[in-house]
Design a protein around this ligand. Structure first.
Ligand SMILES: NC(=O)c1ccc[n+]([C@@H]2O[C@H](COP(=O)([O-])OP(=O)(O)OC[C@H]3O[C@@H](n4cnc5c(N)ncnc54)[C@H](O)[C@@H]3O)[C@@H](O)[C@H]2O)c1
Length: 451
């Protein structure tokens, strides 16, 4: 993978001064989750008042040791006062009760004083309601306003900080802890400006140090790149992993499977008997399927051959469709299972020279949306993850100018790492993440592409 020398340069003393003087983008060195770490927030967490915030307070001591409330509005917490309070590593603002335009001014009043008091790589979560869950048009409009606010706030943040909007349905409050453990921690380092909705879901994580303990996960395209990082991260979180890749990748695949104490499955997902082979190798079924394998064969449509078209549509879209259906029909995918489809922001935005690839990735998003309601009764969730520019072999092979544009044209001003995508997949794989289904989670540093 190509290394991002500009980030290294921009974080030297001289580089910092030059970048500021010339007005170049100043990407921060993002903090990532290190294996063995337990606390999601290592620093101060500020929580606003509000009904959902009160729920957050009940588990906040498990997230951080340093809890503050704005101006001491909640007597039991330490007061955070502008100019006196400590730097903030994480912020939760509860706007879920907002139903009128006047209340939106509280956003300005709350966030303005804290913007200069954020630690590097601070994480902000705004809590709201899904507008389509509200009958009152003014309340729905007010809640929709939060989306525009959050996306703009995310664009104004500096120094690796991020902001998301989490819409919490009635009775979904029990899933706030798992969601905030993800979005307030470095696990979500490369996600910003996103909107995620939580629906009611009974199951929750039992052991936060191994949230996937007792779960069996299949990852396709797991020999290298994003797939390898996903297998590693799921194994770190306690899952038993089955790593699948093509025969040409056998050596790397088996080495990684051995290191992770998992199983290697050498298989082309487009083979006519792929579904049969899968079920033979998974006699006791599985809980998590990550359809990560994907290829590009770029040409403008004028020059696109049928071979290039078919290859991409077969690997990226047809195989996940066929294998998902086969796993469901045979009952191999257990109740409360998780299906994660690896899409791409270019599937949302379109991209010159990628009609085949973007059609396949948009098709995966369609599959997640269409199957989510069907699978709900069995507690199975299905979501698409849409990476932006991630530093892998796929992006190292891009022309220089396109690669630089891909990296810098985002709020975080840099490419993400395979681990960033893997952390999102691991979160969506958790028992409690059945609360999220039929959605697209972008892991793109708030790329301007397809935003
Ligand atoms: N790298 C990025 O910036 C980026 C951005 C958006 C989306 N994605 C998507 O993420 C996924 C992983 O990307 P990556 O960058 O790690 O790619 P990669 O090329 O490094 O790895 C893809 C893996 O899939 C395997 N594979 C390909 N065809 C297969 C088949 N028929 N059967 C089984 N395995 C097969 C390959 O052997 C390889 O190990 C892909 O779906 C890709 O489209 C990547």
């Amino acid at each position: 993978m190509a290394s991002d020398r500009y980030i290294d340069f921009a974080n030297t003393d001289f580089g910092r001064r030059l970048v500021a003087a010339v007005g170049l983008p100043a990407p921060a060195r993002l903090e990532r989750w290190q294996a063995g770490r337990l606390r999601p927030v290592e620093g101060s967490l500020l929580i606003s008042p509000g009904p959902l915030a009160d729920q957050v307070r009940s588990f906040a001591p498990r997230i951080t040791d340093l809890l503050f409330s704005f101006g001491g509005e909640v007597p039991s917490d330490n007061p955070w006062i502008e100019g006196q309070g400590p730097k903030l590593k994480a912020v939760v603002f509860d706007a879920s009760a907002f139903s009128r335009t006047e209340q939106l001014s509280q956003l300005r009043a709350f966030f303005q004083p804290i913007l200069r008091s954020l630690d590097p790589c601070a994480h902000i979560v705004i809590l709201g309601k899904a507008p389509d869950s509200l009958n009152d048009p003014l309340a729905a409009s007010t809640q929709q306003a939060l989306e525009g606010f959050t996306r703009s706030l995310a664009k104004e943040l500096r120094n690796g900080a991020t902001a998301q909007l989490v819409q919490v349905d009635e009775d979904a409050e029990n899933q706030l802890e798992g969601t905030l453990r993800f979005f307030l921690s470095p696990k979500s380092a490369y996600i910003s400006g996103q909107v995620v909705r939580l629906s009611p879901y009974a199951e929750t994580v039992q052991d936060w140090s191994r949230p996937l303990a007792g779960r069996k996960a299949l990852v396709t395209g797991a020999a290298r790149g994003i797939g390898a990082a996903i297998a590693e991260t799921l194994a770190r979180d306690g899952a038993e992993v089955v790593l699948l890749d093509v025969p040409q990748a056998k050596y790397d695949l088996e080495a990684l499977a051995a290191r992770l104490g998992g199983q290697a499955l050498v298989l082309d997902i487009c083979a006519p008997d792929a579904a049969v082979q899968l079920s033979e190798h998974l006699p006791s079924g599985l809980d998590i399927v990550v359809h990560n394998a994907g290829i590009t064969r770029d040409k403008t449509l004028a020059n696109m051959t049928a071979d290039l078209w078919d290859a991409v549509l077969n690997v990226n879209l047809n195989a996940p469709q066929v294998l998902t259906q086969a796993l469901l029909d045979s009952g191999a995918l257990h109740d409360n299972g998780r299906v994660i489809l690896m899409a791409s922001i270019s599937g949302l935005a379109g991209n010159r020279g990628q009609t085949n690839y973007t059609a396949s990735k948009a098709g995966l998003i369609g599959l997640a949306r269409a199957l989510a309601p069907v699978l709900k009764a069995r507690g199975i969730s299905i979501n698409a993850v849409a990476p932006g520019f991630i530093e892998t072999k796929m992006t190292a092979d891009m022309p220089f100018a396109l690669r630089e544009a891909g990296r810098r044209l985002s709020s975080l001003g840099q490419g993400g790492l395979p681990q960033d995508v893997a952390e999102a997949v691991a979160w969506l794989s958790q028992p409690g993440s059945g609360a999220v289904s039929g959605q697209v989670l972008r892991v793109c540093g708030q790329s301007v592409i397809g935003a």
